[in-house]
Write a protein that binds this ligand. Structure first.
Ligand SMILES: [Zn+2]
Ligand SMILES: [Zn+2]
Length: 308
């Protein structure tokens, strides 16, 4: 066993508990990663799902000694950090926490954005009162050796604020996160009849978008498991969701196939998407690729555990 991934939250945008989200779950993004026989813990994102993860750690890890772990935040949109004040280990003395993530503006530090949720205007406890030792590290596109054979690579994604994809490598296995992101597009006017149209700029824009999309394919190339943003169907995306920073099932499947990914998990489910709809969509796409691609895929659900 090299890497274990457990999903504590798979939704995008906002928690959405209810009758229609029982199977896939209603919490926002949080992943528990475990590496090797030592069961080394790394967390990705602190959406509302991290509350349950914290409770689970009190039972599984805390009895063995103080918790020392890292949280890698993909970006600081609220659905990815809202669970942080409810992550119980931050109230426990001797917890050592490293919080990594990107910021869009240098003066808006991670400490202020994430830890800043612990202020009286939002919450009854202030960051300065936390018992844990917490350090924040701002990340850009980079490669880091986390020691013990664990490496992580980051990649800029296409989202309204700075957002990173992560690629973890351990024991010959690789695991990637690619959300929240949408396909890179030509930013120049495409209509030759428009006064803003510039043929040369349009051509360059086409090349630049293609190159950026290819960089993502390279980033996930050959990965054993990739968690990909599939908030929308292609139809939904083209009907008013362009520029919102999310991908489609069709785009994710194509990317996974082209990059030779072994298994793809649909993730960042739209809060409006019911269990029934998700089941139907997965079946529909599985039928569409039958005989055309070896790519395996399914929709991630809360509580799911995958070992690679
Ligand atoms: Zn999100
Ligand atoms: Zn976002």
């Amino acid at each position: 066993m090299a890497i274990k991934v457990r999903f504590w939250g798979v939704r995008g945008s906002i928690p959405c508990p209810g009758d229609n989200t029982v199977k896939y779950g209603g919490n926002t993004a949080c992943l528990e990663l475990r590496f090797g026989d030592e069961n080394r813990l790394v967390i990705v994102d602190a959406g509302s799902g991290i509350r349950e993860l914290g409770n689970s750690l009190l039972r599984t890890d805390l009895p063995k000694g103080p918790l020392k772990t890292s949280i890698f935040i993909t970006h600081t949109h609220w659905d990815h950090i809202m669970g942080y004040p409810f992550f119980t280990p931050i109230y426990i003395p001797k917890t050592e926490l490293k919080v990594y993530g990107p910021v869009t503006y240098e003066e808006d530090t991670l400490d202020k954005i994430i830890g800043g949720q612990l202020r009286y205007r939002y919450f009854p406890v202030r960051q300065s009162e936390l018992a844990a030792q917490i350090n924040y590290y701002q990340l850009q596109e980079t490669e880091m050796d986390l020691g013990g054979g664990l490496k992580v690579r980051t990649k800029y994604l296409n989202h309204p604020i700075m957002c990173l994809g992560y690629r973890f490598e351990f024991g010959g296995k690789s695991f990637c996160t690619v959300y929240d992101t949408e396909p890179f597009k030509n930013v120049f006017e495409s209509d030759p009849a428009s006064p803003d149209y510039d043929a040369e700029a349009f051509k360059e824009g086409e090349i630049a978008a293609k190159q950026e999309n290819e960089k993502i394919l390279k980033f996930i190339h050959g990965a054993d498991l990739v968690v990909y943003d599939t908030q929308y169907t292609h139809k939904e995306y083209t009907q008013g969701k362009v520029g919102w920073g999310h991908s489609t099932f069709e785009f994710a499947i194509n990317a996974g196939h082209k990059a030779g990914v072994k298994k793809l998990l649909f993730f960042h489910h739209d809060p409006m998407r019911t269990d029934k709809e998700l089941d139907e969509l997965v079946l529909k796409y599985q039928k569409q690729i039958q005989g055309k691609s070896k790519l395996q895929f399914e929709a991630a659900y809360e509580g799911q555990l995958i070992t690679i």
